[in-house]
Design a protein around this ligand. Structure first.
Ligand SMILES: *Cc1c(COP(=O)(O)O)cnc(C)c1O
Length: 390
């Protein structure tokens, strides 16, 4: 059966009520018929649910759909993207290990790597998104245990060659952990390119309607087992309510991503030559420096477009103030188009040099293409560009 069919048809077993849409198991704990059943569940002799920090049918349904979409063996869902990322690192690395990460990563992931990992004696170093195979090889140390990357990167839309980096990781017996938030599994499947783990912020495209936070980690069974053991005791469990919302969202992920991507491509093509724009990036434009790799590993270019305003930071402020339809909000991957100015918001905690090193210039604008009529999104951006250039 095709993955998108499984993402629609996987469901917790029908209850005696014979419901069609999936029920919501909003319960903290589960009952047992007797002392013996309860003992056996705690002894791991049965798969019975015990407590929703460990497992819950609504959470399991969302997880099973993500496992199917990513082509994984197993998964574990958590309360946010950051708790998934944190659990995937803390469960598998120990004091003295080294984490090699691409430098263009989500702001809070950067904080975890630079501020918290050193407190636990875990070394980390960065490598530029554009590094060659030889440079990745050289960056591996004897104690490197994990490589971490995002592709496309947030917000610079750099594309990393996941298959090439997976080959380097395999040669050195290092785990490859990929944040697949920007592409989603209907656009790109890192495990099939050789990655060992995939982490997600389900808050973005997976929900797709800006309602709930969530995260999920998928990969090989033995790795997920360790992550589950860590999470079961430390408590980043996903709320069953959020899981129920997210599970329903996955049934429309494929059609939504197709439209997000075609709207984004239309915006990118229409705006590339605009006089107020110094440069524009979209993975499926020929002008993208890694266009060939994007075509090789992605089904479409995704829903994000970035451009640099000629007037820098001041133009960025004027552009945001002039928008009438697009939302100014700290999220992406919504039915509603969103504009943001990373230098003054999501990446404001980085120094100017750190921002420039990962491609965040003062006038960088990130557009998350929604599902509105493409002409309406374009018209709002064009009128705001005209005002920002005044
Ligand atoms: C938003 C985001 C995260 C963090 O996810 P939360 O659900 O906000 O915790 C991680 N990685 C990327 C690429 C993101 O965009």
């Amino acid at each position: 059966m095709q993955k998108i069919t499984r993402a629609i048809r996987i469901q917790t077993p029908r209850t005696a009520e014979m419901e069609h849409s999936t029920p919501l198991f909003l319960t903290s704990s589960f009952c047992f018929d007797g002392a013996e059943e309860m003992r056996a569940a705690f002894a791991d002799e049965t798969d019975d649910n015990i407590y929703s920090r460990f497992s819950n049918p609504s959470v399991q349904e969302f997880t099973d759909k993500m496992v199917a979409l990513e082509g994984a063996e197993a998964g574990y869902a958590t309360a946010s993207g950051m708790s998934s990322i944190f659990a995937s690192i803390m469960a598998l690395l120990k004091q003295g290990d080294h984490l090699l990460s691409c430098d263009a990563i989500f702001g809070s992931t950067h904080t975890v790597i630079t501020k918290y990992l050193p407190k636990y004696g875990i070394d980390a170093s960065y490598i530029p998104a554009g590094a060659s195979e030889a440079e990745w090889e050289q960056a591996i140390r004897p104690n490197t245990r994990m490589i971490y990357l995002e592709s496309p990167t947030n917000p610079g839309l750099d594309i990393l060659d996941i298959g090439m980096i997976a080959r380097v990781a395999k040669r050195h017996g290092v785990l490859l952990n990929v944040d697949n938030c920007f592409a989603t599994p209907v656009v790109q499947t890192p495990l099939e390119l050789g990655a060992d783990l995939v982490v997600h912020s389900a808050t973005k495209w997976l929900d797709g309607q800006g309602r709930v936070l969530g995260g999920v980690i998928v990969g090989r069974k033995e790795l997920i087992k360790e992550i589950y053991a860590f999470a079961r005791s430390t408590g980043p469990a996903l709320s069953p309510f959020n899981a129920w919302v997210l599970s329903k969202s996955l049934e429309t992920l494929d059609v939504r991503m197709e439209r997000h991507a075609s709207n984004a491509l239309f915006l990118a093509q229409s705006l590339e030559q605009h006089p107020a724009i110094a440069s524009l990036k979209y993975p499926f434009l020929k002008s993208h420096p890694k266009y060939d790799i994007a075509l090789k590993q992605m089904k479409n270019g995704g829903g994000i477009v970035c451009f640099e305003l000629k007037g820098g930071s001041e133009s960025g402020r004027r552009f945001l103030d002039a928008l009438q339809l697009l939302s100014l909000t700290a999220n992406l991957g919504d039915t509603r188009s969103i504009a943001s100015h990373p230098a003054s918001t999501t990446h404001a905690k980085l120094s100017e040099n750190e921002r420039l090193a990962v491609g965040i210039t003062p006038g960088l604008i990130r557009i998350s293409a929604g599902l509105e009529a493409k002409e309406d999104i374009l018209a709002d951006i064009v009128q705001a560009l005209e005002q920002s250039a005044l």
